[in-house]
Design a protein around this ligand. Structure first.
Ligand code: AMP
Length: 401
């Protein structure tokens, strides 16, 4: 069974082709700078076991041209002979609002809902929608499934997802916590259950997705009961360029004192804050290097980043009562042993203790980094959102039969 996973943004399309009999990636690639003069297209695949790459530069004016080029590259790579070879296409959609709790087959209703939700995800949903519409035109006979980033968080109770502002804003405008990175949180908790040989329906976990964007979720009995991102992916942990939690009054103060507009404030907290706002850099590897060289601002950024994670571990431990495991994933979570060690330091009272030696090991697979005395298992699990989308797409298609 061959499933293609598409992640269409406003100016790029990422894609991965999976053989779902083995979960192996047959080909992957991206088309970037759609709508600009020189667009880049790339595909990576295996030719008789050897990794091969095809790259093209041309003008790709829209998603229609982008998906046409993607299908040409897939055919040239020999991984499919025709788009109709595909058994399904899975589309990533960041914002499914309160409407979608599960992945669904694309219908006109689903497309309309994704469009209706654009105000809640103005940077993401328009690109997703364009990708879905073109993909349906191109492959009308291939089942197409939408997998929502927000769906995994749809099990949060109302007291966790509501903001304490007048209730009418929830009723009229659906302002509430939605959460993001759900596909990743879901994937790593499923992997943890398999690895720990526990029934997912009884597993309690704190999942930390730490990349350029970062979020943490509290999982009770395999289901999300709270998460740090909110109405948008701005709330919660400190991120590369996003502030995470902040007193909203800071924004009123800046508006009154410096005359900042709504757009200025939006840019400030989304693009100029977080690690970048503190030390001028948003790449964790560069920040580590600066801190090692004695840069005090870089060290401060690291201390703030780790401290915020620790606060969430503490509060979600209280939410869950019993924590079976803490899982680190994402570019930082999977690779940065200092972040893992420092965010979990001095948490013995909560039953959390890292083995510093094992924590320093590099491992491409799942690694337990907690000590043998630690009540809570601390795991590093590489995330694979594309595979999770492919798995969910396959499940939806099989349930249709
Ligand atoms: P992601 O958004 O998941 O791709 O993660 C991107 C972040 O992971 C960036 O801040 C990178 O600097 C960071 N990252 C990637 N590799 C490493 C590494 N080996 N050590 C520390 N941070 C890393």
């Amino acid at each position: 069974m061959k499933i293609l996973v598409l992640n269409a943004g406003s100016s790029s399309v990422k894609y991965q082709l999976f053989n779902m009999d083995t979960n192996a990636v047959l080909a992957s690639g991206m088309i970037e700078q759609i709508g600009e003069n020189e667009s880049n297209a790339k595909i990576k695949y295996f030719d008789h076991g050897v990794e091969s790459v095809i790259e093209r530069k041309s003008t790709i004016k829209d998603h229609k041209m982008a998906l046409k080029l993607m299908s040409t590259l897939l055919i040239e790579s020999g991984t499919i002979s025709d788009l109709n070879d595909l058994d399904g296409i899975g589309h990533r959609v960041v914002q499914g609002g309160a409407s979608f709790r599960e992945p669904v087959i694309v219908t006109d209703y689903v497309a309309d809902e994704i469009e209706r939700l654009i105000p809640l995800a103005p940077l993401h949903n328009p690109g997703h929608l364009a990708g879905i519409q073109v993909s349906i035109e191109q492959s009308p006979n291939v089942p197409q499934v939408v997998v929502f980033d927000t769906a995994f968080h749809s099990t949060m109770p109302k007291h966790a997802y509501l903001y304490a502002i007048p209730y009418k804003f929830y009723e009229d405008l659906k302002i509430r916590r939605y959460g993001f990175h759900g596909t990743s949180h879901r994937f790593i908790v499923k992997e943890a259950a398999k690895y720990l040989q526990k029934d997912i329906n009884t597993l309690n976990a704190i999942t930390l997705h730490l990349g350029n964007g970062a979020s943490v979720s509290a999982i009770r009995n395999g289901k999300c009961v709270d998460t740090s991102m909110g109405l948008t992916p701005l709330e919660g942990l400190i991120m590369g360029t996003r502030s995470g939690d902040i007193d909203p009054a800071v924004l009123f103060y800046l508006a009154r004192k410096l005359g900042y507009s709504i757009d200025d404030l939006d840019k400030l907290v989304n693009k100029e804050s977080g690690l970048k706002g503190i030390c001028g850099n948003n790449d964790m590897r560069a920040i580590n290097k600066l801190a090692e060289e004695g840069d005090a601002q870089a060290q401060l950024a690291l201390d703030m980043f780790n401290y915020r994670i620790k606060k969430y571990i503490g509060s979600y431990s209280a939410v869950l009562g019993r924590v079976d495991c803490i899982i680190f994933t994402g570019g930082i979570g999977e690779n940065d042993s200092n972040v893992r060690l420092n965010s979990c330091s001095d948490l013995k009272n909560l039953g959390i203790e890292i083995d510093a030696t094992i924590n320093n090991q590099r491992c491409r697979d799942i690694l337990t980094i907690s000590s043998s005395e630690s009540k809570v298992k601390v795991l590093v699990i590489p995330t694979n959102e594309e595979l999770e989308i492919a798995i969910q797409t396959k499940e939806v298609i099989e349930n249709m039969k």
